[in-house]
Write a protein that binds this ligand. Structure first.
Ligand SMILES: Nc1nc2c(c(=O)[nH]1)N[C@H]1C(S)=C(S)[C@@H](COP(=O)(O)OP(=O)(O)OC[C@H]3O[C@@H](n4cnc5c(N)ncnc54)[C@H](O)[C@@H]3O)O[C@H]1N2
Ligand code: MOO
Ligand code: MG
Length: 404
């Protein structure tokens, strides 16, 4: 055990529970109406209800012929009308059938559709049905998908491609969604330089800013990019104090115990430090609190620590503030394609990739190595105190689950 890995670290579940409680105290409830085409990634503010039955009328599932079963005694039937999708049919004339195509409304009086492969069209145009017919066959009944008034999606649903398609099928051109969270993004560190600038000795490029900005935008947030903050307590106070209009100040770096780590000190002075030092690796010094009443989440500066803590803690917090229930990502159990001999006292999230159904881990799991995450397609979770033999089952969190 190293000097810093003492017991007393906050377990990940407890940190998440506390973040959820903080989120519940500060819901973002303002509602906006947005056109369907702009609603991707937003969160429904009200349930999506079906204004009508879907499908609105019985319609054919096949290209073929519609008939009334009782009219068919084995003799060929005359075709009395042709019904394409998009037209309103006449009622079916007794003793006849109708030519019908997939998606076309079934005419009043018909109760069965036969696909054209199973009929013989006679020279006189009549149609002989070659196989036994069943009542209701190949008919998609009115309301089979939704009934008028059904709740199709609950409030708090995040809108992805499927939900947008569903809303469109119900004729919704505009959706009521929660206002986007306003996130002020700050990268702390005297060593940071933006890409495009020359790099002097001791400096590194700011990668967390690009990573988080893209991810926040994808997560449906409005980003106020507050740039780079030097490692200086007075400057930290000044900049945090200027970001009061934000729903969240999200910072990276400056949360550990070094002499240039000032976020904790600033929060203790003019706010509250609610969470610090978690049993998570990477990401232990994650810092949560508020500054003059504005919520602050300080992600540890190491790029893989930033990624893991954003994915598993900060992102769920933001989603919960929007009323999203399901904020924890899916885990699938997979066999480990590696052995893990070092039981740690923090829960570890290893950058991993599935190959032939087994999880392989990137050879360098240093929290400074972002390349590990670009190589990976998920995170393997290794619980505190655990070692693993190759072939044992481990939880795997697909990165696609958290990147949306
Ligand atoms: N004595 C101890 N030292 C450290 C401990 C500890 O418990 N005792 N914890 C370590 C752990 S774990 C982590 S994680 C880091 C977290 O450090 P900070 O959040 O204070 O971050 P910094 O010190 O500012 O930076 C850490 C590392 O990350 C680089 N960095 C920072 N920001 C960026 C950025 N925007 N883009 C790219 N890289 C960035 C920075 O240069 C440092 O290399 O603390 C350990 N130390
Ligand atoms: O927890 Mo730190 O994130 O190990 O590098
Ligand atoms: Mg530090």
């Amino acid at each position: 055990m190293s000097c810093c890995d003492k017991p007393g670290l906050l377990p990940v579940e407890e940190a998440l529970a506390q973040l959820m409680a903080l989120a519940a105290q500060a819901p973002i409830e303002d509602v906006e109406q947005v056109p369907l085409a702009e609603a991707e990634g937003r969160v429904l503010a009200a349930p999506l209800l079906s204004g009508f039955d879907l499908p609105p009328w019985d319609n054919s599932a096949m290209d073929g012929y519609a008939l009334r079963l009782a009219d068919w005694q084995g003799e060929p039937l005359v075709v009395s009308q042709k019904i394409f999708a998009g037209v309103a049919p006449e009622p079916l004339r007794a003793g006849t059938c109708a030519r019908i195509f997939t998606g076309a409304p079934v005419p009043h009086g018909a109760d069965c559709v036969e696909m054209q492969e199973n009929v013989e069209v006679l020279e006189d145009g009549r149609v002989r049905f070659l196989e036994a017919l069943r009542f209701g066959q190949h008919i998609r009944p009115q309301g089979q998908e939704t009934r008028q008034g059904d709740q199709v999606l609950p409030a708090g649903t995040r809108l992805g491609a499927i939900e947008l398609g569903l809303a469109a099928s119900l004729g919704q051109a505009v959706l009521n969604v929660r206002r986007k969270p306003r996130v002020a993004l700050l990268s702390t560190g005297d060593e940071l330089v933006e890409p495009g600038q020359p790099l002097r000795t001791g400096q590194i490029y700011n990668s967390n800013r690009a990573l988080l900005k893209a991810w926040l935008l994808r997560s449906g947030c409005e980003v106020r990019d507050a740039g780079i903050l030097p490692d200086d307590l007075a400057k930290t106070r000044e900049v945090l104090g200027s970001l009061g209009g934000a729903d969240l100040i999200l910072t990276t770096g400056g949360v550990s115990v070094g002499e240039a780590d000032f976020l904790g000190a600033a929060l203790r002075e003019a706010g509250e430090l609610a969470l610090w030092k978690l049993a998570i690796k990477p990401g232990k010094p994650l810092t949560v609190g508020h500054y003059q009443g504005t919520p602050v989440i300080g992600l540890p500066g190491n790029p893989a620590s930033t990624l893991v803590t954003f994915a598993l803690l900060a992102r769920p917090y933001l989603l919960r503030r929007l009323g999203v229930e399901a904020v924890t990502p899916l885990r699938v159990e997979v066999p480990a394609g590696f052995a893990w001999k070092r039981a740690g006292n923090r829960r570890e999230y290893l950058r991993a990739r599935l190959e032939n159904g087994r999880a392989l881990i990137y050879p360098n799991q240093s929290s400074g190595v972002l390349r590990s995450a670009a190589w990976a397609d998920g995170l393997v979770e290794v619980r505190e105190g655990r070692t693993l033999e190759e072939g044992e089952t481990v939880p795997f969190i697909p990165l696609s689950e958290v990147l949306l």
